[in-house]
Design a protein around this ligand. Structure first.
Ligand SMILES: Nc1ncnc2c1ncn2[C@@H]1O[C@H](COP(=O)(O)OP(=O)(O)OP(=O)(O)O)[C@@H](O)[C@H]1O
Ligand SMILES: [Mg+2]
Length: 245
C-alpha cells in the first residue's frame, strides 16, 4: 500500500477515508472515515491506548507508515501542541516562539502572539523560569505565530493543575474565536471536551464510536445542567458508569 507521505493531499478541511494503522500486526486505527470542515473545533476522547495520538500524528503528517485505501487530506499549515511545551531550554521564550522564522515581521508577530497568551514582558525569560501553565502558553504562542489552518493538540493541558487548566480552556477558546483554525484536541477530560468543542468524537476499537455535536452557546459554564446530558452520553460511550462502588 502507498505510504502516507504520498497519500497526503492538501485542503482547508480534513478528510480521512479508510485510515488504517497497525503496529506489529495489531490494528490500532481500523478504516477511519472523518471530515473536519475548515474552522471546526473538535475534541477527541478515548481510552488510553485507543489510538488518539496515533490518529493525530497521521493527520499531522508525522506518520509515514499509515495505510489505507482511501485518502488523507489536511491543510498546509498545521501546528501541533503536546502535553509538555517542548520549549528548547537553551533558547529564550521569544526565540522559542520564533524557532525557524527570521526577520523583523516574524519578530513583531512573535511578540504579538506572546501578548495574546498573556506573556508580554516575558520574551527574554528562559523556559525553566516559566511555570507549567506559562510554558504551555508559550507553546500556544509558538503555534499561533505560524498562523495554522489546523491546530492539533495532544492533551495540551493534561499536566496542569485544575485551576490553571480552566484558565487555559478560556484562553484556547478566545484564541480560536480570534483566529478560527480547525482544531483537533485530544483529551482524557470529558468536561474539557464538552466545554470547549463544538463536536466531540469517541475513538473506540479503531473507529469513531460516537460523533456528538454540542449545541450550547459559548462561553459555556461547567455548571450548565444541559451539558450534563452530553457528559452522560460520552461517559456511556467510554464505558464509564457514574456510580462509584
Ligand atoms: N511506535 C509504536 N510502536 C508500537 N506500538 C505503538 C507505537 N505507537 C503507538 N503504539 C500502540 O498503539 C496503541 C495506541 O497508542 P496511542 O499512543 O495512539 O494511544 P492514545 O489513545 O494516545 O493513548 P493515551 O491516552 O495513553 O495517550 C497503543 O497500544 C500503543 O502501544
Ligand atoms: Mg496519547
Amino acid at each position: 500500500m502507498a505510504p502516507h507521505a504520498e497519500q497526503l493531499t492538501r485542503s482547508a478541511a480534513v478528510r480521512l477515508r479508510g485510515l488504517t494503522r497497525s503496529f506489529d500486526g495489531r490494528t490500532v486505527l481500523d478504516g477511519i472515515d472523518l471530515d473536519i470542515p475548515a474552522g471546526q473545533f473538535v475534541a477527541l476522547l478515548g481510552h488510553s491506548g485507543s489510538g488518539k495520538s496515533t490518529l493525530l500524528r497521521a493527520v499531522a503528517g508525522l506518520d509515514h507508515e499509515v495505510t489505507g485505501e482511501g485518502e488523507l487530506t489536511a491543510p498546509d499549515r498545521v501546528s501541533v501542541v503536546f502535553q509538555d511545551s517542548r520549549l528548547l531550554p537553551w533558547r529564550r521564550v521569544l526565540d522559542n516562539v520564533l524557532l525557524g522564522l527570521d526577520g523583523r515581521e516574524a519578530e513583531r508577530k512573535g511578540r504579538e502572539a506572546l501578548a495574546e497568551v498573556g506573556l508580554e514582558g516575558r520574551e527574554r525569560a528562559w523556559p525553566n523560569e516559566l511555570s507549567g501553565g506559562e510554558a504551555q502558553r508559550a507553546a500556544l504562542a509558538r503555534s499561533l505565530v505560524r498562523e495554522p489552518e489546523l491546530l492539533l493538540a495532544d492533551e495540551p493541558f493534561g499536566a496542569l493543575d485544575a485551576l490553571t487548566r480552566i484558565k487555559m480552556h478560556t484562553l484556547l477558546r478566545v484564541l480560536w474565536e480570534a483566529h478560527r483554525p480547525s482544531v483537533l484536541l485530544v483529551t482524557h477530560d470529558v468536561d474539557e471536551a464538552i466545554v470547549l468543542a463544538d463536536r466531540v468524537l469517541v475513538l473506540d476499537h479503531g473507529r469513531i464510536g460516537l460523533d456528538l455535536t454540542v449545541e450550547r452557546p459559548h462561553p459555556r459554564s461547567y455548571r450548565d445542567p444541559l451539558l450534563g446530558e452530553y457528559r452522560e452520553r460520552l461517559l456511556t460511550a467510554l464505558g464509564v458508569t457514574s456510580d462509584v462502588a
